[in-house]
Each structure stands twice: as structure tokens, then as C-alpha cells.
Design a protein. Structure first.
Length: 911
């Protein structure tokens, strides 16, 4: 052991005590005494060794005493040991200062001090300094002792994943030790890898590929899982697949996990989550690597994906990969899971729905239900009057259908009766057969919509033959034609009494051309017995017509007069052989591929339709906003006009009432002269006459004036109601015209007529509450009145003067101007009217407030939609791939299924 190793292990004393049998502490004591007896003793080494022994037996104070005064070449180590002792005593700050004061050229000593400081900082909880110290050690002396494993444990314990990952990457590349790649796998499994860009790990992946294929695969798939949901996913796919493509495996083992993640990556990229321009450079490498790593069925799937991609994007995949794929496909059995094609169809349907593209969802539902079904799909139809539904009832064994069906009906065997309608939203149950028949009769309510019904009922015949029967209107309901092509075979029913029309032949031939696998058979149905010769002649004529157009078709004769079981047995025996001779699975696969292809073709065409529809809708919304803005201006003008009319009419009431009061009150007061008699008590007459005048005024106001005013107010309310009704009528006409022009926008501008009730209530209240205070008509200080009152008091008791006073009172009343009195009454009477009038304009505005709010809200909503449509059209214009790319990727998947079915059969046209 070297001296430095002994110093590190505190075993320097062994060099002084070797070959001695006594205990080391005793030997050192003896050496100390012997050295002390010398003329120039050097006790340094002995004291240093004694300190080690004291330290080892945990006598740290004695060790400190021995190490404090070491001054030779052992001084740096003595100081380090001194700090170790203080650290053991828990005096961490003292230990830290001593460690930092040690000056030495020894790399080993400096490393040991740093290691001790690292431990000290951890104990103090100073993780910043601990991290700084260990990272410095890793940079300067990574091979020292168990430095890297110590750092690894520290980083992991503190969840410092960035430094842990950096350590694993660097040490893996430096040492090629598998344990570091295994550490990376663990970090990937806990999900802390994806913070780094993928390029950071490429050298590690390349290195481990040269060491261990199994570990390479585990590392790649573990890191892959981290990046799948990160922003670096595409960068990872690019970097990894480029690296993998350039790796060479002399004797590669079978890949277990990598093919699956490569396949999933391919499927994810073509799932319409990315624009084609972002994945075009990635997919070829992924497919090439998948072809290299895959086995069994996944290998064939990879080959079909290669050929489909090359067909859509020629020149992007290397020729040797294409050749290998063609060889694999040409020597493989066709194997396509119908469920995958159905999933593709559903994905397209959902995409179309999310992009506001109208497609026949009911047809898609029917395809998904019928194509993968294990039952044989038999379509039974006939012209009106053929008795096709009666024939179906005979086959099923129950009277389920009435004649003349106007919708598509599917019938299947089930232990109990159940009915439902397939709608755009899903399946709607129907409770009873009566309700089912009622739904058939209600066809007219649904206009041109296709209607599809499911009918489940116990049927031994359907069960034994594994049939599902479908019927639909023929021949005039062309909208059901696509549904007809889903069947495995078509049985056309002809009534022996009816002629087989040439138009029926042509329609059937057209269907046959569209669906080559659809076989067509015929059943001549006789529902009643009749003259045998006539029946035979009709039968011969019908059979001849069938042979002319469909020479390979079977013709069944079915009569209700003959034994049902024998006739049904003939039909079932034929179809049993017929279906057994055909490869229905392959036919349905080809059929489903054609259906999806037709759907995609129509969607490509609908792109322009959609854009035009968006422009049309945008123009409509802009027109709506313009019209609504105009309507708002009209509403404002109408409010002003109606306010003016109603307020003016109310002011007319006030003016009329004012004029009447100003005319009648003076007259009433003058007429009070008759109250003054020659024998009146002229000393009090002015008081009595004032009371009389007030009574006359009060009687006039309540008996004459108020009834008139009340009638005028009622007339005014009726006028106001007419004016407001005119406004509502105008708004109703506006809404009717608007809603007729824009069917989807149901505008309603309802005014608030409750203000009329408020007006009526307020009018009753203030007319009933009018009170005229008693007026001082003759008790004021006007000169003429003062003279009369004074004269009355002075001369009223003298009989000969009463005539003179009588005359003067009469003359005064006849000539007095009572305008001021009348005006005071007007002011008092109309005080409530003024308050009432001041609120009219506000009430009328409340009347129109809802139309204002509705118009404003509608305009705001439409402006938002206009903005959205403008943005969408701008995106479509600038990024046509946002619509185009998903359809191309759907077609790519379809091409792949077609290659798996029969290479090259599907004709692909670039859009």
C-alpha cells in the first residue's frame, strides 16, 4: 500500500509498529519516549501516528491534540485529519474552515478533502455547495474510488434528474459500461428524459448498439415513450430513424419491442395529427426501419405501408425497400381485418362531422353494422304490388311487414321482438309493432330523408340459414341505392300477375355493374290461386325475360297454395350452396374498400363545395348584420316617432284641460253673484261667498272635469296602444321576412306591453288622488276686495245701504278677472300630469328595449361568426392542406388495405 493510501486510510501508524507484538499504542509510546531522549528529538511522525490511533478508537479530542502541531511534510494530512475529527464531533463549521485552509500539491489529498467537504455540505443541508463540489470532482477526477456512483446516488436521492442524466450519458460514452445505459432506461421509465432534445442521446444510443442489442432496444423504446407526448417527438423520430438506418447488425436477434413502436409511430403520423409536409421526411425512414425489424404479420403490414406510401409519394423510399416490399406482398396471403377498415370509415365520418361536412351518417352506421356481420346479408326487394313484403313475412314466419314499404328495414333473428330506427344521432327504440307501422305511415313527414329501421323477431328460418334480410323501396327511391349494394345477394320478387318492367331490369343491371360481387336471383310470387293456364303463361313470360337479362340467375317459384316448408327448403338449399361457393370475406373487404374510396372521392369534391358554402354563409351573415343594423336604425326612428306621437297626444290632453279650466272657472266664479242677496249679512258675506266659490270649483272639478279628463286619458291609452301595436306589427313583419329569408335564424323582437298596464294603473291613481286646496278667492288684499269687505263691515247693518252693497258685489263679480285663480287651479290640477308626462319617453324606451337588446346581441354574435368564417376561409386559402392532407392520409391508409387485399387493384388518383 502506498504512503498516500495509508494516509487516506489513517494507517500511517502501521509503518511504525510493524514487526512488533505489543499493541500499537504501546509501541508508539515506547518510540515517543525513546525519541524524546535524543538531543534533537523529532516527535512529528510519532504524534501523527498516535493521532490516527486515537481517531480510530473515537477519542477525537486526543487526536486533535496530537495533530494540531504537525509541521513537517505530514502537515497537510494532519490538517485534513484534524478537520475529520472536528467533523466527527459535529463541529462542521470548524471542520469546513480547516478543510478549506489546507494547501497541497497532492491531487489525491485535494480529492479526499473535496470528498469530505461534499459529505459535510450534505450533512449541513447546503445542497448547492454539495452539488457544486461533486460536479467539480466529476470534472477533474471521475475515476477516483466510487466517485461516479456516489454522485449518481446523490443526484437520484435529490431528484436532480438533469445532472443524473448528464452523468449517465457522459459516463456511458466514456466507459462503455452497460450500467450507465441501464440507468438511462430507468430515468426514461420514470419520465424525466424528454426535457432534453433527442440529439443529446444519439451518441449514447449509437454506443450501446455496439455493445448489446437487447439493451439497445430497451433503451430506445424507453426513451421513445418519453418523447411521444413531448414537443420533441418529431425531432426524436427524425434523429433516431436516421441513426438506426445507418447502423449495421451483423447477426441481429429478433426485435421484440422496436417493430411495435415503429408501427405505432407510423400510424400516429398518418392519423391526421400533422400536416403532410411535417411528416413527409419522416415516414420513409420509419417504414424502412419497420421493414427491417418486423416479423410475421407485422412484416406484411409494413410492406403494404411501404407500397402505399410509395404510390402516393413516389421517389421518397429507396428502391431496395420497395422491391423487398413487393416481394413480400406478392408471396403473402391477403389478410385485412374488416374492423380496421370500419374504423377508418368511422374516422372519416368523425372528421367530416368535425369539419361541418355533411355526409350520410346513417349509411356509415349501416356499413359498420352490415359489412363485418357474420350473417349472410340478403336484400329482398320488388316493384310496388309485387307482394315482396308478404313474401318476406312468409320467409320470416311472422306477419311483420305491411305492404308498400317507404323505408329501409332490416330483419334479424332474435329471441324477442324489438324495433328501432337508425338516426343521425344513433338508435331510437320503438315500443310496439303498432308504433312501428305508424312510423311507416308517417313517411311524408320526413320529406326526402332516408329512414332506416331494425326489426328483430324470433325466426327459425333466419336462424337456421344465418340470414339477415333487408328490404327497401324499389325502383323509384334512388337514395336507397347505395344501401342495396351492401348486400351479399339480392332476391328480386316478381308477382306472377305483374309484368317485369324493362326499367326494373335496367336498374338491377346498373346495380350489378356498380357492385360486381352482388349476385341477383329471382322469386316469382303467387299469392292467390287462379286459372292454371293463365298463370303458366305469365310465368313463362317472366322467366323468359329473366333469362334474357340475367341468364345465370336462379329463379324460384313460391306459391302460398303450396307447402311452405318444401318451398323454403329449396330456397335455403340453394343459398347454402351459393354462399359456400363464394369468398364472402374477400368480397366484403373489396366492397368496403370501394365504399371508403367513394366516400373519399366525394369528400375531395366537397372541399370546393365547402369553401363555396363558407363564402355563401359569410355573405349571408354580412347581409344579416347589414339588415339588422338597418333594422336597428328603423327601430330608433320608430321609437322617436311613437314617442313624439304619444307624448304630443298627452300634451293635447293637458292643453285641452287647461283651456277648459281657464274658461270655466271664471264663469263659475262670476255665476256666484246670485249667492249675494240684498238681505245677506254683508259683514260676513265675503267669507260665505269664498266658501261658496270653493264648493262650486270642487263640484266642477270632480263632477265635470275629472270624468272628462279620465275619458281623455283612456282615449289616449287606446291611441298609445294602437301606436305600440303598430310598432309590434311592424317588428313582427320584419322578423317574418327576416326568418323567411334566413331560415336558420329565428329572430323574435317582442316588445314590453306591460307599460300599458302601468299607464292605466298610474292614470287611475293620479286622477283619483287629485285634490284642489281651498282657494282664498275673496280673502286676499286686492284693493277692490278690501273696499268691499270694509264697506260690508261698516254699512252692512244699515238697511238702506244693503242695496248699494248688493249692487257693488254683483258689479265686482261680473267685472273681476279670475284668471289668476283659474291658473292656480290649472297648476294644482296638472301637477301629477307633469310627473306622469316626464316618465313617458323612458317607458316607451323600455317598451322597445328587448328588440334593441335582441338586435344588438344578434349583430354581436354574427360579427363573431363572420370573424371566424373569415379566419377559416383565410386559413383554407393560405393552407389548403388543412383540408386536403387529412383526406390524403385517409386514402393512404385505404391504399395500404388495398395492397393487403390484392396488390394494385385499387386505382389511386392524385388530388
Amino acid at each position: 500500500m502506498t504512503l498516500e493510501k495509508k494516509l487516506i486510510n489513517k494507517s500511517y501508524y502501521e509503518g511504525l509498529t510493524m514487526d512488533r507484538e505489543e499493541p500499537p499504542i504501546e509501541v508508539l509510546g515506547q518510540l515517543y519516549i525513546a525519541e524524546q531522549r535524543k538531543n534533537v528529538p523529532d516527535l512529528t511522525s510519532i504524534r501523527f501516528a498516535q493521532g490516527e490511533l486515537y481517531f480510530l478508537v473515537h477519542d477525537y479530542e486526543s487526536a486533535i491534540f496530537k495533530w494540531e502541531n504537525i509541521a513537517n511534510e505530514l502537515e497537510p494530512w494532519a490538517k485534513k485529519n484534524l478537520a475529520d475529527a472536528y467533523m466527527e464531533l459535529g463541529e462542521l463549521s470548524t471542520a469546513e474552515s480547516i478543510y478549506k485552509a489546507v494547501l497541497s500539491d497532492s491531487e489525491l489529498l485535494n480529492t479526499e478533502i473535496s470528498m469530505q467537504l461534499f459529505a459535510l455540505y450534505i450533512e449541513k443541508g447546503n445542497h448547492d455547495m454539495a452539488q457544486h463540489t461533486i460536479k467539480s470532482l466529476l470534472a477533474t477526477n471521475p475515476d477516483y474510488a466510487n466517485m461516479t456512483m456516489l454522485a449518481k446516488a446523490y443526484f437520484e436521492e435529490n431528484e436532480n434528474w438533469e445532472d443524473a442524466i448528464e452523468l449517465a450519458v457522459k459516463e456511458g460514452d466514456r466507459t462503455n459500461s452497460l450500467k450507465w445505459y441501464e440507468a438511462l432506461i430507468q430515468y426514461a421509465k420514470i419520465g424525466v428524459i424528454a426535457e432534453h432534445e433527442p440529439g443529446y442521446f444519439m451518441e449514447s444510443i449509437r454506443s450501446v448498439s455496439e455493445l448489446d442489442q437487447r439493451l439497445f432496444e430497451k433503451l430506445c423504446t424507453a426513451i421513445w415513450a418519453n418523447y411521444e407526448s413531448s414537443p420533441f417527438y418529431l425531432a426524436w423520430l427524425r434523429d433516431f430513424n436516421q441513426l438506426f438506418h445507418n447502423l449495421h447488425w451483423e447477426e441481429a436477434e429478433e426485435w421484440k419491442e422496436l417493430p411495435k413502436v415503429l408501427e405505432n409511430a407510423y400510424l400516429h403520423l398518418i392519423s391526421s395529427a400533422y400536416p403532410i409536409k411535417e411528416i413527409r421526411g419522416l415516414v420513409p425512414a420509419i417504414l424502412s426501419n419497420l421493414l427491417v425489424t418486423a416479423t410475421n404479420s407485422r412484416l406484411i403490414t409494413a410492406a403494404s405501408a411501404v407500397l402505399a406510401w410509395n404510390e402516393m409519394f413516389p421517389g421518397t423510399i429507396e428502391m431496395d425497400i420497395i422491391s423487398t416490399s413487393e416481394h413480400l406482398i406478392n408471396h403473402a396471403d391477403a389478410a385485412v381485418d374488416l374492423k380496421e377498415i370500419m374504423q377508418l370509415l368511422q374516422s372519416i365520418t368523425i372528421w367530416a362531422q368535425n369539419n361541418d361536412i355533411i355526409i350520410d351518417k346513417k349509411f356509415s352506421q349501416k356499413v359498420v353494422e352490415q359489412i363485418p356481420s357474420e350473417s349472410h346479408q340478403l336484400l329482398i326487394i320488388g316493384s310496388p304490388g309485387s307482394g315482396v313484403n308478404s313474401c318476406i313475412n312468409e320467409l320470416v314466419g311472422e306477419t311483420l311487414l305491411s305492404e308498400d314499404t317507404n323505408s329501409l328495414i332490416s330483419i334479424q333473428d332474435q329471441d324477442y321482438l324489438e324495433m328501432a330506427e337508425v338516426t343521425e344521432e344513433g338508435v331510437r327504440p320503438i315500443d310496439t309493432l303498432s308504433d312501428f307501422y305508424e312510423e311507416q305511415l308517417s313517411y311524408a313527414r320526413y320529406g326526402e330523408d332516408t329512414r332506416i329501421f331494425h326489426l328483430y323477431a324470433p325466426s327459425a328460418f333466419l336462424h337456421e340459414n344465418n340470414w339477415a334480410i333487408t328490404t327497401l323501396p324499389f325502383p323509384h327511391q334512388e337514395k336507397y341505392a347505395d344501401y342495396a349494394l351492401l348486400a351479399d345477394s339480392l332476391l328480386f320478387v316478381i308477382n306472377e300477375r305483374s309484368l317485369f318492367q324493362s326499367s326494373d331490369y335496367e336498374r338491377l343491371l346498373d346495380w350489378k355493374e356498380k357492385a360486381p360481387h352482388l349476385t341477383i336471383q329471382f322469386l316469382i310470387y303467387a299469392d292467390e290461386a287462379e286459372n292454371e293456364k293463365v298463370a303458366a303463361k305469365r310465368l313463362q313470360k317472366a322467366t323468359a325475360a329473366i333469362d334474357q337479362y340475367f341468364p345465370n340467375s336462379a329463379v324460384f317459384l313460391y306459391s302460398k297454395e303450396n307447402d311452405r316448408s318444401i318451398q323454403l327448403n329449396d330456397i335455403s338449399s340453394f343459398y347454402r350452396r351459393h354462399f359456400a361457393e363464394r369468398n364472402l370475406a374477400e368480397e366484403r373487404t373489396v366492397k368496403s374498400i370501394a365504399i371508403v374510396q367513394d366516400l373519399l372521392t366525394s369528400l375531395f369534391e366537397k372541399r370546393l363545395e365547402m369553401e363555396e358554402s363558407l363564402y355563401t354563409t359569410l355573405r349571408m351573415y354580412e347581409e344579416i348584420v347589414s339588415k339588422l343594423s338597418g333594422a336597428n336604425n328603423q327601430l330608433s326612428d320608430m321609437e322617436a316617432e311613437k314617442t313624439r306621437t304619444i307624448v304630443n297626444a298627452f300634451e293635447d290632453i293637458k292643453d285641452t284641460t287647461t283651456r277648459e279650466i281657464m274658461a270655466e272657472i271664471p264663469k263659475i266664479l262670476r255665476d256666484c253673484k246670485d249667492f249675494v242677496k240684498e238681505d245677506s249679512d254683508f259683514g260676513k258675506i265675503h267669507i260665505e261667498l269664498n266658501d261658496k266659490m270653493n264648493k262650486e270649483i270642487d263640484q266642477y272639478v270632480h263632477k265635470t272635469l275629472l270624468p272628462k279628463v279620465y275619458d281623455r286619458i283612456n282615449d289616449w291609452i287606446r291611441l298609445s296602444q294602437e301606436q305600440l301595436n303598430e310598432s309590434q306589427y311592424f317588428l313582427n313583419e320584419l322578423c317574418e321576412g327576416f326568418n323567411g329569408l334566413y331560415e336558420e335564424e329565428q329572430l323574435a323582437l317582442q316588445c314590453d306591453f306591460s307599460i300599458l298596464d302601468d299607464w292605466k294603473r298610474d292614470a287611475r291613481r293620479f286622477t283619483n288622488s287629485i285634490r284642489i286646496d281651498k282657494a282664498n278667492i275673496l280673502l286676499r288684499l286686492k284693493p277692490s276686495q278690501v273696499l268691499l269687505k270694509s264697506a260690508g263691515k261698516l254699512f252692512g247693518s244699515i238697511p238702506q245701504n244693503k242695496k248699494m252693497l248688493h249692487t257693488r258685489y254683483h258689479k265686482y263679480l261680473e267685472t273681476e278677472d279670475f284668471t289668476e285663480v283659474a291658473q292656480n287651479i290649472v297648476d294644482a290640477f296638472l301637477l301629477q300630469f307633469d310627473f306622469y308626462e316626464n316618465g313617458l319617453a323612458g317607458d316607451i324606451h323600455i317598451f322597445f328595449s328587448n328588440p334593441y337588446d335582441v338586435l344588438q346581441k344578434t349583430v354581436e354574435d354574427k360579427n363573431v361568426e363572420i370573424h371566424e368564417y373569415q379566419e377559416l376561409l383565410e386559413r383554407l386559402k393560405n393552407n389548403p392542406e388543412m383540408f386536403h392532407d387529412p383526406l390524403r392520409l385517409f386514402e393512404l391508409r385505404l391504399l395500404q388495405y388495398d395492397w393487403l387485399t390484392s396488390p394494385g387493384k385499387l386505382s389511386y388518383s392524385k388530388h
